[in-house]
Design a protein around this ligand. Sequence first.
Ligand SMILES: CC(C)(COP(=O)(O)OP(=O)(O)OC[C@H]1O[C@@H](n2cnc3c(N)ncnc32)[C@H](O)[C@@H]1OP(=O)(O)O)[C@@H](O)C(=O)NCCC(=O)NCCS
Length: 360
Amino acid sequence: MPYTTITGIGHYVPKNVVTNQDLTAVMETSDAWIRERTGIEERRYIDRTKETTTSLAVEASLRAIADAGIDKEEIDFIVFATLSPDYYFPGSGVLLQRELGISGTEIAALDIRAQCSGFIYGLSTADQFIKSGMYKKILLVGAEVHSVGLDFTTRGRNVSVIFGDGAGAVILEATEDKDQAVLSTVMHSDGTYAEKLSYMYPGAHGGYFIEKYGLEGFDVEYDLENNQYGGVFWNQDMLDQARVYPHMEGQAVFKMAVRKFPEVIMEALTKAGLGIEDLNLLIPHQANLRINQFVANTMGLCDHQVYNNIMRYGNTTAASIPLALSEARDEGKVKKGDVVTLAAFGAGFTWAAAVLRWGK
Ligand SMILES: CC(C)(COP(=O)(O)OP(=O)(O)OC[C@H]1O[C@@H](n2cnc3c(N)ncnc32)[C@H](O)[C@@H]1OP(=O)(O)O)[C@@H](O)C(=O)NCCC(=O)NCCS
């Protein structure tokens, strides 16, 4: 049975840098608050006239394709992880296929909706397809554009200051060489906490779960009895009440994240037949520098064993891990033969980890 190896990697971020200080012009916040609580110093936002989630993905993909030294027509499957797709449907995978100019290949394109865990969910999915022999050269992308969907008033500041735009991509190929392969992947979720980090409007739920679970602070006026054929997926009240924004209960997310990261990292290492002492580099999802420092301390890891770049990009959700992995490689922090662990936690809640031996 073949293993999966990363043969190419690339990332792309928009040129427009937005500092913490810049955000103080539109909301009540401060550079000190953002740095202390999250470690973030700046993030990138797209140029709204020329960039989208897919266009960022194209740039990252072209770099990964060039790095792998393959022809884009050789790609036999696209996996695209994002929570900020260009369209509600169709998915971003087909848009990426078109923008790369490979629609004629008629290969399948799959969108993954596992938020911050999306890249590792995508890696695990791609890994199964390669092991089964069904596909041989898979393009896996994580890309996000948050800047067009945030509440940039003081009301939304707990969420808006955290997120940024960016993309990362890898080419995954089959190999017989276990010394440069994905050694394990693990994925988990617990839907009990679905609304704690959510973007619920517009949506088909019509307030059902809000009533069922007595959720507070999500109400939107629906007249379901007198309005059988319209206005459920979206309606004017959602806009009037400014419900069309992400919702985050930061402390609940933080508490669960610091518990689940160490668990899932150890699970993936154990599944790979390794221990924490074998780990050369941990690339955690970049949600909050304080979460990652807490995890590193809990696990007894030194600074050089954990790669963080949230200071420069904020939280780029599904893009954060490939963006960090790509930068770490470019900076020479990942070397051939290194044991690298990727780990993520996010909305759902979902969490996941992967262990690989770096082969590039
Ligand atoms: C979001 C987060 C940084 C907030 O930090 P916190 O210590 O939990 O802060 P709180 O939400 O309790 O808010 C504390 C105060 O700061 C205020 N505040 C929130 N955002 C602010 C901002 N951007 N600037 C200034 N003040 C802010 C709050 O209004 C609150 O004020 P109050 O005490 O007067 O009511 C933190 O909870 C976090 O990072 N959680 C994890 C989030 C995460 O990882 N999300 C992505 C998962 S993939």
